[in-house]
Design a protein. Sequence first.
Length: 110
Amino acid sequence: MSDPRIKQIKIKTGVVKRLAKEKIVYEKEVETQKSRIEKLKSQGEDDHVLRKQEEVLQESLMMVPDCQRRLIKAFDELTEILKNETELKETEEYIAADTVLKEAQAQLGR
């Protein structure tokens, strides 16, 4: 683990993994919030409460593209590192990074 390249791969792998999870969480939050707003509307809730819930929805909606942008950047950085460090292919960290990239591709629509 004394090799700084392995440390860098480990760090970038963690970033990609975290951002992919974060994007999933925000997408779920958007769906949950939409359901909550529909439920409140059907119950005839006060306009003030509905406006506040709409604001929460808008904040969550704004976070999805932000996470997507950061995930793309981290994904590309890790991909580039792995391309340049092919001699580390047999290391546990390289294999883990490759696996995380494959899982993150689903979030990127690539």
